[in-house]
Design a protein around this ligand. Structure first.
Ligand code: ADP
Length: 503
Protein backbone atom coordinates (compact mmCIF):
# COMPACT_ATOMS: atom_id res chain seq x y z
CA UNK A 1 0.00 0.00 0.00
CA UNK A 2 2.67 2.45 1.11
CA UNK A 3 4.91 1.13 -1.64
CA UNK A 4 2.10 1.88 -4.08
CA UNK A 5 1.55 5.27 -2.62
CA UNK A 6 5.21 6.15 -2.92
CA UNK A 7 5.29 4.97 -6.45
CA UNK A 8 2.25 7.02 -7.35
CA UNK A 9 3.81 10.12 -5.76
CA UNK A 10 6.96 9.54 -7.73
CA UNK A 11 5.04 9.33 -11.00
CA UNK A 12 2.99 12.38 -10.13
CA UNK A 13 6.12 14.35 -9.27
CA UNK A 14 7.78 13.31 -12.49
CA UNK A 15 4.87 14.52 -14.59
CA UNK A 16 4.41 17.68 -12.56
CA UNK A 17 8.07 18.52 -13.03
CA UNK A 18 7.90 17.88 -16.75
CA UNK A 19 4.73 19.89 -17.26
CA UNK A 20 5.65 22.85 -15.06
CA UNK A 21 9.31 22.67 -16.05
CA UNK A 22 10.34 22.42 -12.44
CA UNK A 23 12.87 20.47 -10.44
CA UNK A 24 13.23 20.00 -6.71
CA UNK A 25 16.36 19.75 -4.63
CA UNK A 26 17.41 19.23 -1.10
CA UNK A 27 20.49 20.33 0.82
CA UNK A 28 21.30 18.44 3.99
CA UNK A 29 22.83 21.04 6.27
CA UNK A 30 24.44 18.45 8.51
CA UNK A 31 26.81 17.19 5.82
CA UNK A 32 26.20 19.60 2.91
CA UNK A 33 25.08 16.69 0.72
CA UNK A 34 22.74 17.46 -2.09
CA UNK A 35 19.88 15.69 -3.79
CA UNK A 36 18.44 16.66 -7.19
CA UNK A 37 15.14 15.42 -8.56
CA UNK A 38 14.98 14.21 -12.18
CA UNK A 39 13.63 17.62 -13.13
CA UNK A 40 16.80 19.41 -12.04
CA UNK A 41 18.98 17.02 -14.09
CA UNK A 42 16.76 17.68 -17.11
CA UNK A 43 16.92 21.42 -16.47
CA UNK A 44 20.72 21.41 -16.61
CA UNK A 45 20.62 19.28 -19.75
CA UNK A 46 21.59 15.92 -18.30
CA UNK A 47 20.08 12.46 -17.98
CA UNK A 48 18.21 12.13 -14.69
CA UNK A 49 20.38 10.69 -11.93
CA UNK A 50 23.27 10.06 -14.36
CA UNK A 51 25.81 11.23 -11.76
CA UNK A 52 25.83 11.98 -8.06
CA UNK A 53 25.72 15.66 -7.16
CA UNK A 54 27.52 17.55 -4.49
CA UNK A 55 27.48 21.10 -3.26
CA UNK A 56 30.02 22.29 -5.82
CA UNK A 57 28.21 20.77 -8.74
CA UNK A 58 25.08 22.48 -7.46
CA UNK A 59 26.88 25.79 -7.21
CA UNK A 60 28.57 25.44 -10.58
CA UNK A 61 25.39 25.22 -12.63
CA UNK A 62 24.54 28.74 -11.50
CA UNK A 63 25.77 31.50 -13.85
CA UNK A 64 29.04 32.88 -12.37
CA UNK A 65 27.55 36.38 -12.20
CA UNK A 66 24.61 35.17 -10.15
CA UNK A 67 26.44 32.75 -7.84
CA UNK A 68 27.28 35.24 -5.12
CA UNK A 69 23.74 36.50 -4.89
CA UNK A 70 22.36 32.97 -4.79
CA UNK A 71 24.75 31.95 -2.01
CA UNK A 72 23.94 35.06 0.02
CA UNK A 73 20.20 34.39 -0.23
CA UNK A 74 20.72 30.79 0.81
CA UNK A 75 22.87 31.72 3.79
CA UNK A 76 20.43 34.39 4.88
CA UNK A 77 17.63 31.86 4.69
CA UNK A 78 19.59 29.40 6.82
CA UNK A 79 20.69 31.90 9.45
CA UNK A 80 17.39 33.76 9.64
CA UNK A 81 15.21 30.77 8.95
CA UNK A 82 13.05 32.50 6.40
CA UNK A 83 11.97 31.48 2.87
CA UNK A 84 13.42 33.02 -0.22
CA UNK A 85 12.24 33.59 -3.76
CA UNK A 86 14.78 34.80 -6.27
CA UNK A 87 15.52 34.54 -9.98
CA UNK A 88 18.91 33.48 -11.24
CA UNK A 89 20.46 32.08 -14.36
CA UNK A 90 21.84 28.64 -15.08
CA UNK A 91 24.77 28.41 -17.42
CA UNK A 92 24.65 25.04 -19.12
CA UNK A 93 27.68 23.11 -20.37
CA UNK A 94 26.73 23.88 -23.96
CA UNK A 95 26.62 27.59 -23.15
CA UNK A 96 22.83 28.05 -23.07
CA UNK A 97 21.50 30.34 -20.43
CA UNK A 98 18.28 29.52 -18.60
CA UNK A 99 16.31 31.87 -16.45
CA UNK A 100 15.29 30.14 -13.26
CA UNK A 101 12.87 31.10 -10.57
CA UNK A 102 14.28 29.66 -7.38
CA UNK A 103 12.31 29.28 -4.16
CA UNK A 104 13.69 27.80 -0.96
CA UNK A 105 12.51 27.00 2.51
CA UNK A 106 14.37 25.82 5.65
CA UNK A 107 13.33 22.73 7.59
CA UNK A 108 14.28 22.75 11.25
CA UNK A 109 14.66 19.92 13.79
CA UNK A 110 12.75 19.70 17.10
CA UNK A 111 15.24 22.05 18.77
CA UNK A 112 14.68 24.63 16.08
CA UNK A 113 18.04 24.07 14.43
CA UNK A 114 18.03 24.34 10.60
CA UNK A 115 18.30 20.84 9.31
CA UNK A 116 17.55 20.95 5.61
CA UNK A 117 17.08 23.42 2.89
CA UNK A 118 14.64 22.32 0.23
CA UNK A 119 13.74 24.17 -2.89
CA UNK A 120 12.09 24.28 -6.26
CA UNK A 121 13.60 25.52 -9.49
CA UNK A 122 11.31 26.61 -12.30
CA UNK A 123 12.54 27.27 -15.81
CA UNK A 124 11.07 30.68 -16.74
CA UNK A 125 13.25 31.29 -19.80
CA UNK A 126 10.25 31.21 -22.10
CA UNK A 127 8.08 33.47 -19.95
CA UNK A 128 11.04 35.75 -19.54
CA UNK A 129 11.52 36.04 -23.25
CA UNK A 130 7.83 36.80 -23.68
CA UNK A 131 8.11 39.51 -21.07
CA UNK A 132 11.24 40.74 -22.82
CA UNK A 133 9.48 40.80 -26.18
CA UNK A 134 6.64 42.76 -24.66
CA UNK A 135 9.08 45.17 -23.08
CA UNK A 136 10.87 45.63 -26.40
CA UNK A 137 7.67 46.17 -28.29
CA UNK A 138 6.53 48.70 -25.70
CA UNK A 139 9.88 50.41 -25.96
CA UNK A 140 9.53 50.50 -29.74
CA UNK A 141 6.06 51.97 -29.37
CA UNK A 142 7.48 54.62 -27.03
CA UNK A 143 10.22 55.43 -29.54
CA UNK A 144 7.72 55.75 -32.39
CA UNK A 145 5.59 57.98 -30.20
CA UNK A 146 8.61 60.18 -29.60
CA UNK A 147 9.82 60.14 -33.17
CA UNK A 148 6.57 61.24 -34.72
CA UNK A 149 5.08 64.65 -34.27
CA UNK A 150 1.69 63.05 -34.06
CA UNK A 151 -0.13 62.75 -30.78
CA UNK A 152 -0.41 59.01 -30.26
CA UNK A 153 -3.13 57.63 -28.03
CA UNK A 154 -3.86 54.15 -26.84
CA UNK A 155 -7.25 53.39 -25.37
CA UNK A 156 -7.77 50.20 -23.39
CA UNK A 157 -11.51 49.77 -23.79
CA UNK A 158 -11.95 47.04 -21.20
CA UNK A 159 -10.26 49.05 -18.47
CA UNK A 160 -11.45 52.41 -19.84
CA UNK A 161 -7.85 53.59 -19.65
CA UNK A 162 -6.24 56.06 -22.02
CA UNK A 163 -2.55 56.57 -22.61
CA UNK A 164 -1.00 59.56 -24.39
CA UNK A 165 2.23 60.00 -26.22
CA UNK A 166 4.50 63.04 -25.95
CA UNK A 167 2.74 64.53 -28.97
CA UNK A 168 -0.14 65.68 -26.79
CA UNK A 169 2.28 67.95 -24.98
CA UNK A 170 4.27 69.13 -28.00
CA UNK A 171 1.31 69.51 -30.33
CA UNK A 172 -1.54 70.54 -28.08
CA UNK A 173 0.04 71.53 -24.76
CA UNK A 174 -1.49 68.76 -22.63
CA UNK A 175 1.04 67.31 -20.22
CA UNK A 176 0.03 63.76 -19.24
CA UNK A 177 1.71 64.36 -15.88
CA UNK A 178 -0.65 67.24 -15.22
CA UNK A 179 -3.82 66.28 -17.05
CA UNK A 180 -4.83 62.68 -16.54
CA UNK A 181 -5.60 61.29 -19.98
CA UNK A 182 -9.11 59.96 -20.37
CA UNK A 183 -11.47 59.25 -23.18
CA UNK A 184 -13.99 61.70 -21.73
CA UNK A 185 -11.38 64.46 -21.56
CA UNK A 186 -10.34 63.86 -25.15
CA UNK A 187 -13.95 63.99 -26.30
CA UNK A 188 -14.61 67.17 -24.31
CA UNK A 189 -11.84 68.94 -26.21
CA UNK A 190 -13.35 68.23 -29.60
CA UNK A 191 -15.08 71.35 -30.89
CA UNK A 192 -18.83 71.21 -30.26
CA UNK A 193 -19.47 71.57 -34.00
CA UNK A 194 -17.71 68.24 -34.56
CA UNK A 195 -18.15 66.36 -31.29
CA UNK A 196 -21.43 64.58 -32.00
CA UNK A 197 -20.31 63.53 -35.42
CA UNK A 198 -16.97 62.17 -34.16
CA UNK A 199 -18.60 60.39 -31.23
CA UNK A 200 -21.19 58.91 -33.58
CA UNK A 201 -18.45 57.59 -35.83
CA UNK A 202 -16.66 56.04 -32.86
CA UNK A 203 -19.88 54.32 -31.79
CA UNK A 204 -20.36 53.05 -35.33
CA UNK A 205 -16.94 51.43 -35.20
CA UNK A 206 -17.46 50.04 -31.71
CA UNK A 207 -20.60 48.26 -32.84
CA UNK A 208 -19.69 47.07 -36.29
CA UNK A 209 -17.12 44.22 -36.11
CA UNK A 210 -16.24 44.76 -39.78
CA UNK A 211 -14.83 48.23 -39.14
CA UNK A 212 -11.15 48.55 -38.41
CA UNK A 213 -9.53 51.67 -39.80
CA UNK A 214 -11.12 54.79 -38.46
CA UNK A 215 -10.44 58.27 -39.81
CA UNK A 216 -11.87 61.67 -38.87
CA UNK A 217 -11.03 65.30 -39.36
CA UNK A 218 -12.12 67.71 -36.64
CA UNK A 219 -11.31 70.80 -34.60
CA UNK A 220 -9.56 70.18 -31.33
CA UNK A 221 -9.10 72.62 -28.49
CA UNK A 222 -5.51 73.07 -27.37
CA UNK A 223 -4.54 73.75 -23.76
CA UNK A 224 -4.18 77.46 -24.53
CA UNK A 225 -7.76 77.57 -25.75
CA UNK A 226 -6.93 77.93 -29.45
CA UNK A 227 -8.41 75.54 -31.96
CA UNK A 228 -6.32 73.17 -34.04
CA UNK A 229 -7.51 71.31 -37.10
CA UNK A 230 -6.57 67.67 -36.74
CA UNK A 231 -6.71 64.44 -38.65
CA UNK A 232 -7.24 61.52 -36.32
CA UNK A 233 -6.53 58.00 -37.56
CA UNK A 234 -7.19 54.95 -35.43
CA UNK A 235 -7.22 51.18 -35.52
CA UNK A 236 -9.92 49.29 -33.66
CA UNK A 237 -8.54 46.05 -32.20
CA UNK A 238 -11.03 43.30 -31.36
CA UNK A 239 -11.05 40.05 -29.43
CA UNK A 240 -12.19 36.73 -30.88
CA UNK A 241 -15.83 37.72 -30.40
CA UNK A 242 -15.46 40.92 -32.34
CA UNK A 243 -15.60 43.05 -29.20
CA UNK A 244 -13.34 46.08 -29.34
CA UNK A 245 -10.69 45.74 -26.67
CA UNK A 246 -8.26 48.41 -27.67
CA UNK A 247 -8.12 51.43 -29.96
CA UNK A 248 -4.80 52.92 -30.99
CA UNK A 249 -4.74 56.21 -32.81
CA UNK A 250 -2.66 59.16 -33.93
CA UNK A 251 -3.69 62.78 -34.20
CA UNK A 252 -1.95 65.04 -36.69
CA UNK A 253 -2.20 68.81 -36.46
CA UNK A 254 -3.11 70.03 -39.94
CA UNK A 255 -3.96 73.63 -38.96
CA UNK A 256 -1.07 74.92 -41.03
CA UNK A 257 -2.29 72.99 -44.04
CA UNK A 258 -5.84 74.22 -43.41
CA UNK A 259 -4.70 77.84 -43.38
CA UNK A 260 -2.77 77.25 -46.61
CA UNK A 261 -5.77 75.57 -48.16
CA UNK A 262 -8.02 78.44 -47.19
CA UNK A 263 -5.70 81.08 -48.55
CA UNK A 264 -5.23 79.04 -51.71
CA UNK A 265 -8.98 78.79 -52.11
CA UNK A 266 -9.37 82.56 -51.64
CA UNK A 267 -6.55 83.16 -54.07
CA UNK A 268 -8.18 80.85 -56.56
CA UNK A 269 -11.47 82.67 -56.26
CA UNK A 270 -9.72 85.98 -56.76
CA UNK A 271 -7.89 84.61 -59.76
CA UNK A 272 -11.10 83.28 -61.24
CA UNK A 273 -12.74 86.66 -60.70
CA UNK A 274 -9.83 88.44 -62.31
CA UNK A 275 -9.79 86.03 -65.22
CA UNK A 276 -13.50 86.58 -65.72
CA UNK A 277 -13.08 90.36 -65.56
CA UNK A 278 -10.14 90.16 -67.91
CA UNK A 279 -11.98 88.00 -70.39
CA UNK A 280 -14.86 90.43 -70.25
CA UNK A 281 -12.75 93.52 -70.74
CA UNK A 282 -10.78 91.77 -73.47
CA UNK A 283 -13.97 90.94 -75.26
CA UNK A 284 -15.19 94.51 -74.84
CA UNK A 285 -11.88 95.85 -76.12
CA UNK A 286 -11.96 93.60 -79.13
CA UNK A 287 -15.51 94.62 -79.85
CA UNK A 288 -14.58 98.24 -79.39
CA UNK A 289 -11.62 97.96 -81.75
CA UNK A 290 -13.72 96.09 -84.27
CA UNK A 291 -16.63 98.53 -84.18
CA UNK A 292 -14.53 101.69 -84.18
CA UNK A 293 -12.30 100.52 -86.96
CA UNK A 294 -15.36 99.53 -88.93
CA UNK A 295 -17.10 102.82 -88.27
CA UNK A 296 -13.97 104.86 -88.92
CA UNK A 297 -13.68 103.40 -92.40
CA UNK A 298 -16.77 105.20 -93.58
CA UNK A 299 -15.82 108.85 -92.79
CA UNK A 300 -12.30 108.06 -93.92
CA UNK A 301 -13.54 106.91 -97.29
CA UNK A 302 -15.47 110.19 -97.45
CA UNK A 303 -12.39 112.30 -96.67
CA UNK A 304 -10.47 110.41 -99.29
CA UNK A 305 -13.04 110.70 -102.03
CA UNK A 306 -13.55 114.43 -101.41
CA UNK A 307 -9.83 114.97 -101.54
CA UNK A 308 -9.74 113.19 -104.89
CA UNK A 309 -12.72 115.28 -106.03
CA UNK A 310 -11.02 118.48 -104.87
CA UNK A 311 -7.91 117.54 -106.81
CA UNK A 312 -9.88 116.67 -109.94
CA UNK A 313 -12.20 119.69 -110.01
CA UNK A 314 -10.03 122.45 -108.67
CA UNK A 315 -6.56 121.04 -109.28
CA UNK A 316 -5.75 123.56 -112.00
CA UNK A 317 -6.90 126.49 -109.84
CA UNK A 318 -4.65 125.60 -106.90
CA UNK A 319 -1.07 126.67 -106.46
CA UNK A 320 1.65 124.09 -105.88
CA UNK A 321 1.54 124.64 -102.10
CA UNK A 322 -2.17 123.78 -101.98
CA UNK A 323 -1.48 120.78 -104.25
CA UNK A 324 1.14 119.60 -101.78
CA UNK A 325 -1.28 120.00 -98.86
CA UNK A 326 -3.82 117.90 -100.68
CA UNK A 327 -1.14 115.31 -101.28
CA UNK A 328 -0.25 115.23 -97.56
CA UNK A 329 -3.90 114.92 -96.62
CA UNK A 330 -4.43 112.02 -99.08
CA UNK A 331 -1.30 110.33 -97.81
CA UNK A 332 -2.46 110.70 -94.19
CA UNK A 333 -5.85 109.28 -95.05
CA UNK A 334 -4.19 106.30 -96.74
CA UNK A 335 -2.00 105.63 -93.74
CA UNK A 336 -4.97 105.91 -91.44
CA UNK A 337 -6.80 103.40 -93.58
CA UNK A 338 -3.89 100.98 -93.19
CA UNK A 339 -3.80 101.50 -89.45
CA UNK A 340 -7.50 100.84 -89.21
CA UNK A 341 -7.18 97.69 -91.32
CA UNK A 342 -4.31 96.48 -89.11
CA UNK A 343 -6.27 97.27 -85.98
CA UNK A 344 -9.21 95.39 -87.35
CA UNK A 345 -7.00 92.45 -88.05
CA UNK A 346 -5.43 92.64 -84.59
CA UNK A 347 -8.82 92.66 -82.95
CA UNK A 348 -9.84 89.59 -84.94
CA UNK A 349 -6.85 87.47 -83.87
CA UNK A 350 -8.08 84.49 -81.92
CA UNK A 351 -11.52 84.64 -83.47
CA UNK A 352 -10.98 81.57 -85.57
CA UNK A 353 -13.27 81.49 -88.49
CA UNK A 354 -11.64 78.36 -89.87
CA UNK A 355 -11.29 74.84 -88.50
CA UNK A 356 -8.21 73.05 -87.25
CA UNK A 357 -6.74 71.18 -90.14
CA UNK A 358 -3.59 69.42 -91.15
CA UNK A 359 -1.33 72.26 -92.25
CA UNK A 360 1.80 71.62 -94.31
CA UNK A 361 4.23 74.37 -93.32
CA UNK A 362 6.22 73.86 -96.55
CA UNK A 363 3.12 74.86 -98.48
CA UNK A 364 2.62 77.84 -96.19
CA UNK A 365 6.19 78.92 -96.88
CA UNK A 366 5.67 78.72 -100.64
CA UNK A 367 2.39 80.58 -100.42
CA UNK A 368 3.96 83.41 -98.43
CA UNK A 369 6.85 83.50 -100.87
CA UNK A 370 4.50 83.96 -103.77
CA UNK A 371 2.60 86.67 -101.86
CA UNK A 372 5.91 88.50 -101.50
CA UNK A 373 7.08 87.67 -104.99
CA UNK A 374 7.29 91.28 -106.18
CA UNK A 375 9.46 92.38 -103.25
CA UNK A 376 11.65 89.30 -103.53
CA UNK A 377 12.26 89.90 -107.19
CA UNK A 378 12.94 93.61 -106.67
CA UNK A 379 15.52 92.99 -103.99
CA UNK A 380 16.85 89.75 -105.57
CA UNK A 381 16.47 88.20 -102.13
CA UNK A 382 17.52 84.61 -101.46
CA UNK A 383 14.57 83.16 -99.53
CA UNK A 384 14.86 79.50 -98.52
CA UNK A 385 13.62 77.09 -95.90
CA UNK A 386 14.44 73.85 -94.05
CA UNK A 387 12.13 70.93 -94.49
CA UNK A 388 9.13 71.99 -92.40
CA UNK A 389 6.61 69.82 -90.56
CA UNK A 390 2.93 69.15 -91.06
CA UNK A 391 0.86 70.10 -88.03
CA UNK A 392 -2.81 70.10 -87.07
CA UNK A 393 -3.53 73.79 -86.53
CA UNK A 394 -5.35 76.86 -87.90
CA UNK A 395 -4.13 77.68 -91.34
CA UNK A 396 -4.70 81.42 -91.84
CA UNK A 397 -3.08 82.66 -88.61
CA UNK A 398 0.05 80.68 -89.50
CA UNK A 399 0.11 82.26 -92.97
CA UNK A 400 -0.26 85.64 -91.27
CA UNK A 401 2.69 84.99 -88.94
CA UNK A 402 5.05 83.94 -91.73
CA UNK A 403 3.78 86.70 -93.97
CA UNK A 404 4.57 89.35 -91.33
CA UNK A 405 7.97 87.91 -90.38
CA UNK A 406 9.21 87.30 -93.92
CA UNK A 407 7.72 90.66 -94.97
CA UNK A 408 9.70 92.39 -92.22
CA UNK A 409 12.88 90.51 -93.13
CA UNK A 410 12.52 91.81 -96.69
CA UNK A 411 11.58 95.31 -95.56
CA UNK A 412 14.37 95.74 -93.04
CA UNK A 413 17.09 94.44 -95.33
CA UNK A 414 20.53 96.02 -95.27
CA UNK A 415 20.74 97.99 -98.59
CA UNK A 416 24.42 97.22 -99.12
CA UNK A 417 23.98 93.44 -99.42
CA UNK A 418 21.72 90.95 -101.03
CA UNK A 419 18.95 89.93 -98.62
CA UNK A 420 19.24 86.34 -97.42
CA UNK A 421 16.29 84.91 -95.54
CA UNK A 422 16.17 81.43 -94.10
CA UNK A 423 13.22 79.74 -92.41
CA UNK A 424 14.44 77.02 -90.11
CA UNK A 425 12.85 74.53 -87.85
CA UNK A 426 13.74 72.65 -84.65
CA UNK A 427 11.78 69.80 -83.10
CA UNK A 428 11.98 70.10 -79.28
CA UNK A 429 10.62 67.80 -76.58
CA UNK A 430 7.42 69.69 -75.92
CA UNK A 431 7.32 72.31 -78.64
CA UNK A 432 8.21 73.07 -82.23
CA UNK A 433 10.43 76.07 -82.90
CA UNK A 434 10.42 78.09 -86.12
CA UNK A 435 12.94 80.77 -86.98
CA UNK A 436 13.02 83.45 -89.65
CA UNK A 437 16.67 84.43 -90.00
CA UNK A 438 17.71 87.49 -92.00
CA UNK A 439 20.91 89.38 -92.73
CA UNK A 440 19.17 92.76 -92.45
CA UNK A 441 19.78 95.90 -90.44
CA UNK A 442 19.28 94.20 -87.08
CA UNK A 443 17.76 95.59 -83.91
CA UNK A 444 19.41 97.06 -80.87
CA UNK A 445 18.82 94.79 -77.88
CA UNK A 446 17.09 97.51 -75.87
CA UNK A 447 14.18 97.36 -78.35
CA UNK A 448 13.80 93.57 -78.44
CA UNK A 449 10.70 93.63 -76.25
CA UNK A 450 9.31 96.96 -77.35
CA UNK A 451 8.86 96.04 -81.01
CA UNK A 452 6.19 93.45 -80.18
CA UNK A 453 3.95 96.14 -78.67
CA UNK A 454 1.16 97.56 -80.79
CA UNK A 455 2.14 100.70 -82.80
CA UNK A 456 5.75 100.52 -81.62
CA UNK A 457 8.16 101.27 -84.47
CA UNK A 458 11.80 102.16 -84.56
CA UNK A 459 11.69 104.14 -87.79
CA UNK A 460 9.83 106.99 -89.36
CA UNK A 461 7.31 106.26 -92.07
CA UNK A 462 9.67 108.04 -94.49
CA UNK A 463 12.52 105.57 -94.00
CA UNK A 464 10.40 102.44 -93.69
CA UNK A 465 6.66 102.22 -94.28
CA UNK A 466 4.46 100.47 -91.73
CA UNK A 467 2.10 100.94 -88.84
CA UNK A 468 3.93 99.06 -86.08
CA UNK A 469 1.23 96.40 -85.89
CA UNK A 470 2.85 93.45 -87.65
CA UNK A 471 4.81 92.00 -84.73
CA UNK A 472 1.98 92.73 -82.27
CA UNK A 473 -0.28 90.61 -84.46
CA UNK A 474 2.37 87.86 -84.63
CA UNK A 475 2.72 87.88 -80.84
CA UNK A 476 -1.01 87.77 -80.30
CA UNK A 477 -1.47 84.86 -82.72
CA UNK A 478 1.43 82.82 -81.31
CA UNK A 479 0.44 83.40 -77.69
CA UNK A 480 -3.13 82.55 -78.51
CA UNK A 481 -1.89 79.17 -79.65
CA UNK A 482 0.00 78.72 -76.38
CA UNK A 483 3.43 79.46 -77.84
CA UNK A 484 6.05 82.16 -77.33
CA UNK A 485 7.81 84.60 -79.59
CA UNK A 486 11.07 86.51 -79.45
CA UNK A 487 14.02 87.92 -81.31
CA UNK A 488 17.77 87.62 -81.28
CA UNK A 489 19.71 90.17 -83.23
CA UNK A 490 23.04 91.84 -83.85
CA UNK A 491 22.59 95.37 -85.21
CA UNK A 492 24.12 95.65 -88.67
CA UNK A 493 24.32 91.87 -89.11
CA UNK A 494 20.80 90.54 -88.97
CA UNK A 495 17.93 89.25 -86.86
CA UNK A 496 16.41 85.92 -85.99
CA UNK A 497 12.72 86.06 -85.16
CA UNK A 498 11.56 82.82 -83.55
CA UNK A 499 8.26 81.46 -82.36
CA UNK A 500 7.13 78.21 -80.82
CA UNK A 501 4.05 76.02 -81.09
CA UNK A 502 3.44 73.65 -78.20
CA UNK A 503 3.07 69.99 -79.10
P1 ADP B 1 6.21 97.75 -88.85
O1 ADP B 1 7.08 96.87 -89.66
O2 ADP B 1 4.93 98.05 -89.45
O3 ADP B 1 6.91 98.94 -88.33
P2 ADP B 1 6.27 95.63 -86.95
O4 ADP B 1 5.48 95.44 -85.73
O5 ADP B 1 6.26 94.57 -87.96
O6 ADP B 1 5.82 96.97 -87.54
O7 ADP B 1 7.76 95.86 -86.50
C1 ADP B 1 8.05 96.73 -85.43
C2 ADP B 1 9.45 97.26 -85.55
O8 ADP B 1 10.38 96.20 -85.36
C3 ADP B 1 9.76 97.78 -86.91
O9 ADP B 1 9.41 99.12 -86.99
C4 ADP B 1 11.25 97.57 -87.04
O10 ADP B 1 11.94 98.67 -86.45
C5 ADP B 1 11.53 96.37 -86.21
N1 ADP B 1 11.70 95.17 -87.02
C6 ADP B 1 10.78 94.24 -87.30
N2 ADP B 1 11.27 93.24 -88.02
C7 ADP B 1 12.59 93.53 -88.24
C8 ADP B 1 13.67 92.89 -88.92
N3 ADP B 1 13.51 91.72 -89.54
N4 ADP B 1 14.86 93.49 -88.89
C9 ADP B 1 15.04 94.67 -88.25
N5 ADP B 1 14.06 95.31 -87.60
C10 ADP B 1 12.85 94.77 -87.57
Amino acid sequence: MSENHNNRDKILLEYTEKMAQTGTWELDLTDNSIYWSDGVYRMVGDEPQSYPVDFNIGLNVIHPDDREKALAEMNAAISEGKDYNITKRFLLKDGTIKHISSRGTVIKDESGQPMKLIGVFQDITETNSLVEQLRLSNERFEKVTQATNDAIWDFDVTKNQLQWGKGFLTQFGYDPDVTKPSFEFLLSKIHHDDRDRVFGRIQEYMQNPEKVNWFEEYQFEKSDGTIAFVIDRAVFIRDGNGQVIRVVGAMTDISYRKVMEDSLRTLNHQLEDHARELALSNKELEQFAYVTSHDLQEPLRMINSFLVLLQKKYGDKLDPKAQQYIHFATDGALRMRQIILDLLEFSRVGVHLDRIESVDFNEIFNEVKSLQRRKIEESKADVSSDKLPIIDTYRSPIIQVFHNLIGNALKYAEPSRRPKIQVSFEDHKDHLKFMVIDNGIGINSEYHDKIFIIFQRLHTKESYSGTGMGLAIVKKIVENMGGAVGVESVPGEGSTFWFTIPK
